[in-house]
Structure formats: structure tokens, C-alpha cells
Design a protein around this ligand. Structure first.
Ligand SMILES: [Mn+2]
Length: 289
């Protein structure tokens, strides 16, 4: 059983945004030619990845960053074999362009060590309404936004961490019998056409239900309960799910007696303490970003 709340460490030296000033400037103002190169290099890596990526060893897992490039940079100060970002890099926060460009540049530098899965905000459906589309259009024009859109469509949906944890942005989905089913989902859908793909990005856990129920988020999003989660884990031969997608001021919530961990990593929500989770030797450690 997880008891992540007991193991809390603080990333050394994370005192203020000022120490990240240079990085924020560098990645907010990438020259257009270089940016096209960066997006296209990262897109071709995403294209070559399976829809379900596998990571071994110690893995630092980061939840929604939503324009918080400081949390993304701070994550790399934690020692780990791999870095897994659970989606929602853009929209809402102050450094959306810097955040996605920083992460893409880390991805291109070490493709096997840095994994970026897709969140529900890696989609034009959300970007028109929540900020990223206009930020990009004002800074670079709509042609660059189209490149980001294509890149988002190629990001993988989920990861198996250390043969034991299923990592995804939203949660498990109706009709998805086991983790292996994720491999069959199409890549390159700008708007996920498969209901199961959509639900991986949008669903939330709810301890008051057993199976699935309509989510207050609307659309086709669902809430999933303990029975649905336990049968998915059993069919997949896995012990837990790590996901993001929900904001908690403490940055972390543990559901279903430790079978699901929800992490949130953006400091620009009210009184947030952004967290990440280090999964190492099948143990969890909570990290303050
Ligand atoms: Mn989300």
C-alpha cells in the first residue's frame, strides 16, 4: 500500500522564479526557423514511439504543468533514470510557449529518457479557449500553431512504468480491457476519434462509484470507480495507476487505498504546492517542485 505523504523531499535550490529567468527567456523566444526544426524533430520522435511506452528504473513523474516551465525545469534537478510528464503542458499558465519548447528540447536531447504523454489540453479543442492558440499566433503566426497541433496528435497516450504502474493523463476508459489495448489506438488523431482514447485523456477517479458514471466535466468524459480500476489492473498485471488532470492545493491525492495516485505540478493555481512523484524500486517518494 502506498503512503506517499510520509516521504516528502524538496528539490534543492528551488527558491524563486528568478533563477529560471534565463531559461524562460530562451525558450519563450526561440527563433521561428529553430522552432520549426525543434517541433519537427520532436514530432518525428513521437511518431516513432508506440502508443504505450515502457519505462524501466527510477522514474520521476510530473502532473499538469499548464505553462509552469519552472516546475518542468525543477523536475530535472531530481535524480532519476527517466522523466515522465503526464500531459497538459500548455494553456492557462504564464509560460506556455517556454514550457512546451523546453520539454520538447529535452525530449530531442534524450528521447529514451524523457517521455511526454498527451493531455486533454494537447488539442485545438482546448487551445482556442484556454490561451495557447492565441499565444502562439501572436508570437509566431498560425502556421506554427498548426505544427504544434500535429505534434500533439503524435504524442503517446500512456506509459507502463517499471512493469507495474500504468501512467496516463486522465484515467482508465470504458471498453479498455487492459493496458495492452492502448497499443491498438490510432496515432495522429488531432481530435481523438476513438472514445477510449478520448476517455484516457478526460476521465477522473471517484471513490463513490464502482464502475463508470458520467462526469461533471460533460462531453463524453466519465468517472471511474474501484471495481473498474481493479479489474483493469488485474487484466493488465499491474499494481497501480498514476495520473494527473485534477488540481489539488497540496499537489497530490491518493485514491482507492493507494491503487491510484493523482499528481498536480502547476504553481499558478490558487495556493498550490506543485508536486512530482518519484517511483523507484516500486516505492513512491513525493517531491516538492
Ligand atoms: Mn487535464
Amino acid at each position: 500500500m502506498l503512503d506517499a505523504s510520509e516521504a516528502l523531499c524538496t528539490v534543492e535550490g528551488i527558491l524563486s522564479a528568478s533563477m529560471y529567468g534565463g531559461m524562460l527567456k530562451e525558450f519563450s523566444k526561440v527563433k521561428p526557423g529553430k522552432l520549426v526544426e525543434l517541433i519537427e524533430s520532436a514530432a518525428s520522435i513521437f511518431e516513432s514511439e508506440k502508443q504505450l511506452v515502457e519505462l524501466e528504473g527510477s522514474v520521476l513523474m510530473v502532473g499538469d504543468t499548464h505553462g509552469d516551465a519552472i516546475s518542468s525545469a525543477a523536475a530535472f534537478k531530481v535524480e532519476a533514470d527517466a522523466y515522465l510528464f503526464l500531459g497538459d503542458y500548455v494553456d492557462r499558465g504564464p509560460y506556455q510557449i517556454a514550457n512546451i519548447n523546453f520539454l520538447l528540447s529535452r525530449k530531442v536531447e534524450e528521447p529514451g529518457k524523457v517521455v511526454l504523454i498527451r493531455g486533454n489540453h494537447e488539442s485545438p479543442l482546448m487551445n482556442y479557449e484556454y490561451g495557447f492558440y492565441w499565444e502562439v499566433v501572436q508570437e509566431y503566426g498560425s502556421g506554427i500553431y498548426e505544427l504544434y497541433t500535429k505534434l500533439f496528435s503524435l504524442m503517446p497516450y500512456a506509459v507502463i512504468v517499471d512493469s507495474s504502474v500504468f501512467a496516463v493523463h486522465g484515467g482508465i476508459a470504458r471498453g479498455l480491457h487492459s493496458a495492452k489495448d492502448v497499443l491498438k489506438l490510432a496515432k495522429g488523431d488531432v481530435i481523438p476519434s476513438d472514445r477510449r482514447a478520448f476517455e484516457l485523456l478526460w476521465n477522473d477517479p471517484d471513490e463513490s462509484i464502482d464502475l463508470f458514471a458520467p462526469s461533471p466535466r460533460g462531453g463524453n468524459a466519465q468517472l471511474f470507480g474501484r471495481v473498474a480500476l481493479e479489474s483493469f489492473l488485474e487484466n493488465s498485471g499491474l499494481r497501480a495507476v498514476i495520473r494527473a488532470h485534477e488540481y489539488f492545493p497540496s499537489g497530490l491525492r491518493i485514491y482507492f487505498g493507494g491503487k491510484l495516485v493523482s499528481v498536480f505540478s502547476c504553481r499558478y493555481y490558487p495556493s498550490t504546492q506543485p508536486k512530482a512523484v518519484l517511483y523507484s524500486g516500486r516505492d513512491w517518494e513525493v517531491v516538492q517542485l
